[in-house]
Design a protein around this ligand. Structure first.
Ligand SMILES: Cc1ncc(COP(=O)(O)O)c(C=O)c1O
Length: 409
């Protein structure tokens, strides 16, 4: 059942039990959302209920197994609604995004011919580079699209590196290091023109914006539920007809078709109950009739809240002479509420540690977006300090963070 009452971002904090944590008497402020968000009671309860009532393996004749099958079906339907997929058969699950990407790359390795080209980008998380770079050992030529100093993809470089030899383009929807949102509709047009497959890493985008895979039309889109208030589960959308034909690793009794073809072994059923609950949690912030409408509207509500806080944070940091901000400013361009910076003379990992001592949780370093840090020449500085805004963050928390950074000069 969908929550009947529409949720308000101003009083959602009570849903998250972990927000009650303190550090040396100070209230913990969780700005580590890009690494993984906190989890509301609705999700925790759904996971717990699964273990309490219907823990079993799938496809059996007895009630707990039947209910387990139903749990999986509901999770596929919920994710199809969240991503705008035409049906639940487009949704596969796995341990996490990285594991799913590696499973896909092994399948593609059986299809590529020597000399085929694969395009990755310097703006991406290693999880959307490493799996595709392994294709080099099967004779593929891997190229990486450069990023610009303002943290966007160099589109001229992308166009120059695309050719009729390009078979696969792997690109992020949003950068987990800088918050940049890529123009994927444009990239989709370019990849289609050369007949290449488009693989989209939406891990950083999915917690902040509605996604419409039917409009975007990627061949594959990956995300992770633990970044949007859910449990540690990877989600793979695949275009109808694609997965059925891929030579994935699979066992003999495993179903040949999508979405099962890439799901090796037993799924994490309890967590899938949590995935459904996480999608419904986002939907509870929205309005509309269908789950899809409510998720889209809920996501817009959440994003408006996040954007206001991200702007407050960005403006506050911009006013500090000892702080250098990276990535695009908050202007006209769509941008994730992820603010990254360097404090002059303070190693970024040390800065994150200092904030942690004040009960303010942020990440410092490269966050696996290693090419971003290398491209910006920030290895010596210890990478970036990254502050992620989530639905449960408040203006008071942002002000606390600003105060600690201000005192670092
Ligand atoms: C943009 C991006 N892509 C991929 C990943 C990897 O996701 P997972 O931990 O589910 O493998 C992350 C994780 O931080 C990420 O931020």
């Amino acid at each position: 059942m969908l929550d009947v009452l529409q949720k308000d971002v101003r009083n959602c904090r009570n849903d998250f039990p972990s927000l009650a944590r303190t550090v040396s008497g100070k209230q913990a402020a969780f700005f580590d959302g890009p690494g993984g968000t906190q989890v509301p009671n609705q999700v925790i309860d759904a996971i717990s209920l699964y273990y309490k009532t219907c823990n079993a393996n799938a496809h059996g004749p007895f009630v707990t197994s039947v209910e387990t099958d139903e749990t999986v079906k509901l999770a596929r339907e919920a994710m199809a609604a969240m991503l705008g997929a035409p049906g639940p058969e487009c949704i596969s699950f796995g341990a996490n995004m990285t594991t799913l990407a590696f499973a896909l790359s092994r399948a593609f390795s059986r299809l590529l011919k020597p000399g085929d080209e694969v395009l990755v980008t310097d703006l991406d998380h290693e999880a959307n580079r490493g799996p595709w770079q392994t294709l080099a050992s099967h004779g593929a030529v891997i190229q990486s699209v450069r990023m610009t100093a303002d943290g966007t993809l160099d589109m001229d470089d992308l166009s120059a590196k695309l050719s009729d030899k390009t078979r696969l383009v792997a690109v992020g929807y949003s950068s987990n290091a800088l918050g940049t949102v890529n123009d994927l509709l444009h990239i989709r047009r370019l990849t289609r023109a050369v007949g290449a497959l488009l693989i989209v890493d939406a891990v950083h985008y999915a917690p902040h914006f509605p996604i419409d895979v039917q409009q975007l039309d990627p061949d594959v889109l990956l995300c992770s539920a633990y970044k949007f208030y859910g449990p540690h589960v990877g989600v793979l959308y695949s275009r109808r007809g694609l997965l059925d034909r891929l030579p994935t690793d699979k066992l003999r009794p495993q179903d040949d078709d999508a979405p099962y073809r890439i799901e090796t072994g037993t799924l994490n059923f309890a967590s899938l109950a949590g995935v459904t609950a996480a999608v419904r949690y986002i939907a509870a912030f929205g309005s509309g009739g269908s789950l899809r409408e409510r998720v889209v509207s809920g996501m817009e509500t959440i994003h408006a809240h996040e954007l206001a806080l991200a702007r407050r944070l960005y403006d506050g940091l911009q006013a500090m002479k000892h702080v250098r901000l990276y990535g695009q400013p908050f202007g006209e361009e769509l941008r994730a509420p992820t603010v990254s910076f360097v404090v002059d003379g303070v190693d970024s990992q040390l800065a994150a540690k200092q904030l942690a001592e004040h009960g303010i949780f942020v990440w410092g370093g490269h966050f696996y977006a290693m090419r971003v840090i290398e491209s910006l020449g920030l290895e010596e500085a210890g990478g970036l300090v990254r502050v992620g805004i989530s639905v449960y963050n408040t203006a008071e928390e942002v002000d606390r963070l600003l105060e600690v950074v201000r005192a670092m000069q």
